[in-house]
Design a protein around this ligand. Sequence first.
Ligand SMILES: [Zn+2]
Length: 272
Amino acid sequence: MPRRQAWRSCLTGVLLAAATSGMLVGCAAVRQTLGTALVTPAVENQLGLRVAAQVEKQERVLPNPELQAYVGRVAAPLAARARLDRPDAVFAVTVLDQPGQANAFAVPGGHLYVYTGLLLLATDEAELAGVLAHEMGHVVARHSANQLAAQYGLELIASMALGENPSEVARTAANLGQAGVMARFSRDDELQADRLAVGYLADTGYDPNALASLFGALLRQESGARTTPLEQLLASHPATGDRIRRLQAQTAGKGGARRREQFVAATAVLRR
Ligand SMILES: [Zn+2]
């Protein structure tokens, strides 16, 4: 049986099993978790490799091996911790050169991208670790599998993963860099990634308060920037403040490394 056909018949079987076992309780609830149930990690990882290749074609990878290596060293212990929760994830991180873009994102399967704008906004290594841990949390919980399944449908995902639909892969790659680091997924998904990130920071010795402090800096930057009324509305939405308060409640009384000096020295080249 050809690969795609096999995948489809498998999918039909799973859907039938889900329908007969009463799993299909509500359309919205199913859409929320459909990807995790039906997009296999192998398909997600394969799609992720294609999206990553496209991101690196569309964006400028920072031509600074020392800074790339530094960010990789910050990511390594967090990735080792996150892999305990999702052993098939292949974490890697690449710095993209766009000083005006204070953003980071993960492609399906685990490749992370951080813009130089985020390195310029962060004040210490713990804040960088916080945003990496948050993106790893999305990968571990397979939020992009859910989002892609709801957005594209399973057949299109399969064809994208098999390389049959390069234009949609390009569109996905372009969209990833656009949404803000705090609000790419649903509120529940963001809160889950925040919770996972706090745990990863604490387990690797970083101050878990760093995620809330970075989000605070992002908010201040957004509200100070010249934005459209809609963007202002979104940036000042109480949900964001609520998220920071939730983070602060989770990390109250906890501490850890911030590594400000190391971070400032490693990123000095961007501030010249
Ligand atoms: Zn997020």
